[in-house]
Design a binder for this molecule. Structure first.
Ligand SMILES: Nc1ncnc2c1ncn2[C@@H]1O[C@H](COP(=O)(O)OP(=O)(O)OP(=O)(O)O)[C@@H](O)[C@H]1O
Ligand SMILES: N[C@@H](CCO)C(=O)O
Length: 321
């Protein structure tokens, strides 16, 4: 359960009083997520999500994320909306953290995505990429290839306690990726964390996207690679080609996927696997005392990384250009 910061009743009442959302009836910590503290806020006006932004969020980036949510909704992408306080501010401070109230999005995330979900996801991802085209905000991907060596460095001396030989294996992988990382691919605003728990469905229909707190400017195909990793592996960590095809075909119904993007997919999938492996490893080794959080297992992403190391072209995934 991701609640790193507790909120006192007095502080909550003072915070909610800044908004036109009625009086608080209940506040419940949300039993999901690892990055920020999230609460379900029930007031006399309805349900909202209260988020306190934690360790990995740079407060200077928050206007980018919140403005992006507004921009996307204005272009027909279903996503939560920041609620402005009476002052007009979308951001405040609560319990010493930057904090925001956003609208509640109906739907559930799918624990075992099927081919149909992957197809819907591919379409929604492409729509998201197109909708971001005229977004004025800019934010570099602070978790791309340049950040991976320092991130690994912070866990290098303990990595072998998680998997023997991991420090050397990841150092070699990083050498490989740093010298080959593709540049010049079609780029724009990407979500960068579109895992199943950030995509809501009502039945088999996708009802909306959440959690834009890693969104940034980067290659669109990197976002596709993140989704291939997050959606197209089975619980036994075998790669499901049918789901991957459905995802890519769904995407291509909305936005062209160039030959260069197709050719770069295996490398981008390796990089994406390493990125999530490294953040998971970092957090696995540093669970804050007292935090209510279940850290995610870095070994899952080591298995995915090793799978991609055995792939040389996207056709080896069973995908066609
Ligand atoms: N706007 C919303 N409407 C409904 N539920 C929400 C909303 N935002 C968040 N949630 C719920 O809170 C959970 C955690 O939210 P979120 O994914 O934003 O947290 P996080 O800590 O950033 O997680 P992650 O580990 O995915 O980065 C979601 O899985 C969902 O159940
Ligand atoms: N989606 C990420 C956690 C949120 O950053 C992961 O599964 O590692």
């Amino acid at each position: 359960m991701a609640v790193y910061t507790d909120v006192s009743d007095e502080d909550l009442a003072a915070f909610v009083a800044l908004y036109d959302i009625g009086d608080t009836l209940a506040l419940k910590g949300i039993a999901e997520g690892v990055e920020n503290s999230n609460f379900l806020l029930h007031t006399t006006s309805g349900y909202f999500i209260l988020t306190l932004y934690e360790k990995r969020v740079n407060p200077a980036d928050l206007p980018f994320f919140l403005e992006l949510m507004r921009h996307l909704a204005a272009r027909g992408i279903s996503c939560p909306q920041p609620i402005a306080a009476r002052s007009g501010a979308m951001l405040g401070e609560l319990a010493g953290r930057p904090a925001a109230i956003i609208s509640f999005l109906d739907g559930m995330w799918v624990r075992r995505p099927k081919r149909e979900h992957c197809a819907e996801l591919g379409e929604a991802l492409a729509r998201f990429h197109l909708a971001g085209a005229d977004f004025a905000g800019q934010r570099p991907n602070t978790l791309s290839v340049d950040s991976w060596r320092p991130l690994l460095g912070a866990s290098l001396d303990q990595a072998d306690t998680v998997v023997p030989g991991l420090a050397a294996e990841l150092t070699a992988e990083l050498d490989h990726l740093e010298s080959r990382w593709p540049t010049g691919l079609p780029a724009g605003v990407i979500h960068a964390d579109l895992f199943p728990d950030n995509v809501f469905f009502i039945g088999e229909r996708l009802s909306g996207l959440i959690d834009f707190y890693f969104a940034c400017n980067d290659a669109f195909a990197y976002d596709v690679a993140i989704c291939l990793n997050a959606w197209c592996f089975e619980p036994d960590l075998s790669f499901n080609v049918t789901k991957a095809r459905a995802l890519l075909n769904g995407y291509r119904q909305v936005r062209d996927f160039t030959d260069a993007e197709f050719a770069a997919l295996p490398l981008l999938a390796r990089g994406s696997a390493l990125r999530f492996l490294l953040t998971r490893l970092h957090d696995w080794l540093r669970v804050p005392p007292g935090a209510l959080v279940t850290p995610k297992d870095p070994r899952e992403y080591l298995r995915k990384l090793r799978f991609h190391q055995g792939v040389s072209t996207a056709s080896d995934y069973g995908l066609a250009p």
